[in-house]
Ligand binder design. Structure first.
Ligand code: MN
Length: 488
């Protein structure tokens, strides 16, 4: 996904200081863009789109950016003063994510070289404040990054925002394929699909399970042989029931054919609607998630879509992102055990996953093959998107994944264990106050800053539970946010 996008760098200036100063501005910006591209911290390239010196040139570049599908966002910086009324028409038309980079070409103040020409050329401190005002005046959602452009911390922040901006582009183009409806009587997996499409761009539509059953039947033995070879390469077989595993291969190929046929990047299904299918897809779904497809169980199209988006945002970071579910607690050790009835993405695994076949007590189908593994240790987040009625709320919690404290020899599914921040009890108190679901996306690659950037771009509420969260202040913040989002 990331390789499909670039970001445009525009430099704010004006004609007041003459041609020589403008040539210097252009040269300095080229050097900055070169360093950003060479730094190794940005997931996408930055393209030089020159200095903006008039209302007309600002409008032209923004219109061009809006039209260009490969432009995932704009980075703006004012080298000199750049009067903001010149920017109003352009910024009012802006449809792409915007990052205001508040930096300066030189890191320090020279002594003898310092005269009024120098002061006029290097006045980001002045020009970026004017630029910041018009952003604030327009109530323009934007990321502000401050610091020296050569610094790793600055480049890393830009890189995270780029991932969020690509997440926004993926979101606005995302198709979710639903097989069957939501699990009967469940509330949190429901939501307003029209509102989700207006805000997030998601095209969430349904396909008959019967059509999937037909697609499953149409898969050839040769196709299954190839898929089985892939399974052997990636996973260990801990079962002799090869026919059951072959059926999962058949299901995986059929689901992928249907997804690719529609250009869908995410899907959901439910164990309550498997008409014509012999097994609930387990291994099939897990291997599709490993390939980057989003999934949500029990008809959870919101988590399916978020899984696809967060996988795209975290591409290349190597940690993994996956559909997850809080299952059971260790209240003594302050840990949560996450799993699902089958469908946990092996990108979270600490080692090679095993293919096992076990009875499944719900769904009324044959025992399905699934991947069983233990999640890796490390810092991660869990994210849950809930529909509050009239608006969406994204809840993100920082967690520390740990090696599971027991071997759990009779648990026939993949498992991940984590310590929620600030603690299991306070974290769960806040999560429940905010209405966070049992389904989440767990990610080692995306952090809260990336998700906050994404939520800002999409214009939805963002809630973060972290090591500093105090439940009393948290509850007050939720009440206030509720009022604000009703007024918006
Ligand atoms: Mn579930």
């Amino acid at each position: 996904m990331l390789k499909n996008y670039e970001f445009w760098f525009i430099t704010g200036s004006q004609f007041l200081y003459g041609g020589k100063a403008l040539r210097q501005v252009a040269e300095n910006s080229r050097e900055m863009i070169g360093a950003l591209n060479a730094g190794g911290f940005l997931p996408c390239p930055v393209a030089d789109k020159a200095a903006i010196v008039t209302n007309r040139s600002a409008q032209e570049i923004i219109r061009e950016a809006n039209r260009d599908e490969s432009c995932a966002g704009i980075i703006g910086f004012c080298h000199t003063f750049s009067p903001s009324k010149m920017w109003i028409n352009a910024l009012c038309a802006l449809q792409k994510p915007y990052l205001h980079l508040h930096t300066q070409f030189n890191a320090s103040i020279p002594n003898e070289e310092l005269d009024m020409d120098y002061m006029n050329l290097h006045q980001s401190a002045h020009g970026d404040r004017e630029h910041g005002f018009i952003g604030a005046r327009l109530r323009m959602p934007r990321k502000v990054v401050v610091g020296y452009w050569k610094d790793k911390a600055v480049q890393e922040k830009i890189g995270k925002w780029m991932r969020a901006a690509v997440g926004a582009a993926v979101s606005r183009d995302l198709k979710v394929m639903r097989f069957g409806d939501n699990m009967r009587e469940v509330a949190v997996t429901e939501g307003d699909k029209v509102e989700a499409q207006i805000k997030l761009g998601w095209q969430v539509n349904t396909w008959p399970v019967g059509a999937l059953a037909e697609a499953v039947s149409a898969v050839t033995e040769a196709e299954i042989d190839a898929k089985m070879a892939e399974y052997s390469e990636k996973y260990d077989f801990a079962t002799d029931d090869i026919e059951t595993v072959r059926y999962q291969a058949r299901e995986e190929i059929a689901i992928k054919n249907m997804l690719d046929g529609e250009g869908a990047l995410a899907f959901s299904n439910t164990f309550q609607d498997l008409y014509g299918m012999a097994q609930l897809p387990g291994l099939a779904t897990q291997n599709l998630m490993a390939a980057g497809y989003g999934y949500g169980g029990e008809g959870d199209w919101k988590t399916a879509a978020m899984t696809a988006i967060m996988k795209a945002m975290g591409e290349g970071l190597g940690g993994g992102s996956a559909f997850m579910e809080d299952y059971t607690y260790d209240l003594e050790k302050g840990l949560s055990l996450g799993a699902h009835m089958l469908e946990v993405c092996p990108s979270l695994g600490a080692g090679r996953a095993r293919i096992e076949v076990h009875h499944l007590g719900i769904g009324g189908k044959n025992p399905p093959a699934r991947l069983v593994f233990e999640g890796k240790a490390g810092a991660a987040i869990v994210a849950s998107l809930v529909d509050m009625g009239g608006r969406l709320r994204l809840i993100v919690q920082d967690v520390q994944c740990v090696k599971p404290s027991q071997t759990m020899p009779n648990l026939p599914v993949a498992r991940v264990m984590w310590k929620p921040e600030p603690s299991l009890t306070v974290g769960a108190e806040c999560w429940i106050l905010a209405g966070g679901a049992h389904h989440t996306v767990l990610s080692y690659d995306c952090d809260a800053e990336m998700m906050r950037d994404w939520a800002r771009i999409m214009d939805i509420e963002f809630v973060h539970i972290n090591r500093d969260t105090d439940p009393i202040k948290f509850e007050q913040a939720l009440l206030l946010a509720d009022l604000i989002w009703k007024l918006k």
